[in-house]
Design a protein around this ligand. Structure first.
Ligand code: TMP
Length: 237
């Protein structure tokens, strides 16, 4: 597998072409941003943790019946993935109130929902990723009705899996964001990452935040939190 020219550089990852037209290599950075890039920083070692955590989850989800873009971990920061075109929707599942949900609806963080919620935002940095519903996504031709149904089904399956996994590590899965892609033949697969950048993870006993909120909110101990969730994941595997 040959790493060829860089196709794209995002806030947390770079994507490279390879000598196989159906495969890309993603390279995870330590760069961290928040508030649509307004806040910038570095979380030392984050790229390695996010790469390894994502790949382990993707391998497990694949076995549990959720197709993913994951192919093979190449190095500490690099992974071979299937070439997809990303569906421009951020898919957010919440089990407990926090973040923009708590702010938007004027409620405190930590309210445990009877059932998980799902919401979509339009993945568009220029617009600040605005919230939209399935009708808006259809009107904007971001996805077909069938694709939206598939994405919803997979997102809830991912939640069931992740919630149970993290619970076994003494970690509460508060909420998370997923992205999906289309393979050449149109098959919808889980893409992007599943990491402390994209999930809210609280210690089940102390409710201490073990995710990127420590960076977003200047809580300190950012690297330690990432290392702690990675340690707990390794212990459980
Ligand atoms: P929110 O409460 O800020 O809407 O975030 C919901 C979840 O989505 C949380 O687990 C963090 C994650 N997230 C991302 O992965 N990328 C983003 O750009 C944002 C705003 C949130």
């Amino acid at each position: 597998m040959q790493k060829l020219e860089q196709l794209y550089e995002g806030k947390a990852k770079k994507v490279f072409q390879t000598d196989d037209p159906n495969l890309y290599i993603v390279d995870y950075k330590d760069d961290a941003t928040a508030f649509n890039g307004l806040k910038k920083g570095t979380i030392v070692g984050k790229g390695v943790i996010n790469n390894q955590m994502t790949n382990r989850f993707m391998a497990k989800l694949e076995k549990a019946g959720v197709p993913t873009h994951f192919v093979e971990e190449l190095s500490q920061r690099e992974t071979v993935v299937k070439k997809v075109s990303i569906v421009p929707l951020e898919v957010i599942i919440r089990n407990i109130s926090a973040g923009s949900f708590a702010k938007r609806y004027g409620v405190e963080e930590g309210i445990v929902f009877d059932a998980p919620t799902i919401e979509f935002s339009y993945k568009n940095d220029d617009l600040g990723d605005p919230l939209l519903n399935a009708y808006h996504a259809l009107a904007l031709k971001l996805a077909t009705p069938e694709e939206i149904e598939t994405i919803k089904k997979y997102a809830f399956q991912v939640n069931d899996f992740l919630k149970d996994f993290w619970a076994s590590c003494g970690v509460t899965l508060v909420d998370f964001k997923l992205e999906f892609g289309r393979l050449e033949d149109g098959t919808i697969v889980l893409a992007d990452e599943i990491s402390p950048d994209t999930c809210r993870l609280w210690d089940s006993k102390t409710h201490e935040k073990l995710d990127k909120d420590r960076f977003r909110r200047d809580l300190g101990g950012v690297e330690d939190a990432y290392a702690e969730v990675m340690r707990r994941m390794n212990e459980a595997l």
